[in-house]
Write a protein that binds this ligand. Structure first.
Ligand code: C5P
Length: 232
């Protein structure tokens, strides 16, 4: 079974909005509903589980009631939200099942990305889409001058969704409790620390995370263009 775990527990309002960004409406629909639609319509997804604050459950249900099989409480950081989700998923799923973890704030994930992440689990313990680095990345120990160099051809920027074998990834996250888990930035980090074999798949520039006002405007433009196409 393939379970999508959608992370919507962030309260970040860096966009300057009064509500968390994933609940902002674009063309009269909450951003999270675009993301849920991608997973709900995908043939390989059997269940959708969501991490979200209770106050938003009804609004989320109103987008996709029939496909949602559970909610979990948000954690203090993204990785703790994932841990809460995995704990609840394991109450109805098997440790040999697959979990594919995505951000509610990335509404444009493609069918191909979801398929490739899940297909990679036939061979690997995990998979994530990545993009090559556009800029050269430098190391500075003091933030004042360059200390050392990195080989850009070996560097990749991680995106979401990240797919994992459920049981192994739960164990990889559980072992980081209670403190180390607070320092995790990317959800592939626990998997690597636990020795899991994680594949890189080709990322997609369109699968961006809405973080800034410019990202929101970019998403609004894409949706506007799509709705104009449909009415042609
Ligand atoms: O804050 P950031 O944009 O990195 O969050 C990425 C995704 O993780 C968002 O969809 C956000 O709602 C989710 N998140 C979460 N629990 C947290 C922090 C973030 O579910 N504690």
């Amino acid at each position: 079974m393939n379970i999508a775990l959608i992370l919507s527990g962030g309260t970040g309002t860096r966009l300057g909005s009064a509500i968390p960004k994933q609940y902002i409406k674009v063309d009269d629909r909450m951003i999270i509903s675009y993301c849920l639609e991608r997973f709900a319509k995908h043939d390989m997804i059997d269940r959708i589980h969501i991490v979200a604050d209770k106050m938003w459950h009804n609004a989320i249900y109103n987008c996709f009631a029939s496909d949602i099989c559970g909610f979990s409480e948000p954690g203090k950081n993204r990785q703790l939200s994932i841990y809460n989700g995995l704990t609840d998923i394991l109450k109805y799923a098997d440790e040999n099942d697959n979990v594919i973890i995505h951000d509610a704030a990335r509404p444009l994930v493609s069918d191909e990305t979801i398929t490739e992440c899940l297909e990679a689990l036939n061979t690997y313990d995990g998979a994530l889409p990545v993009l090559p680095m556009k800029d050269t990345v430098y190391i500075s120990n003091d933030g004042q001058r360059v200390s050392s160099l990195l080989d850009r051809s070996k560097l990749f920027a991680g995106q979401a969704p990240e797919a994992f074998k459920l049981g192994k990834y739960y164990e990889a996250s559980r072992r980081l409790l209670p403190d180390k888990i607070l320092k995790i930035n990317g959800s592939t980090e626990p998997a690597i620390m636990y020795g899991m074999n994680v594949a890189l798949i080709e990322g997609d520039e369109n699968n961006f995370k809405i973080t800034t006002k410019a990202d929101l405007e970019r998403f609004e433009e894409i949706i506007k263009d799509e709705s104009m196409d449909i009415t042609k």
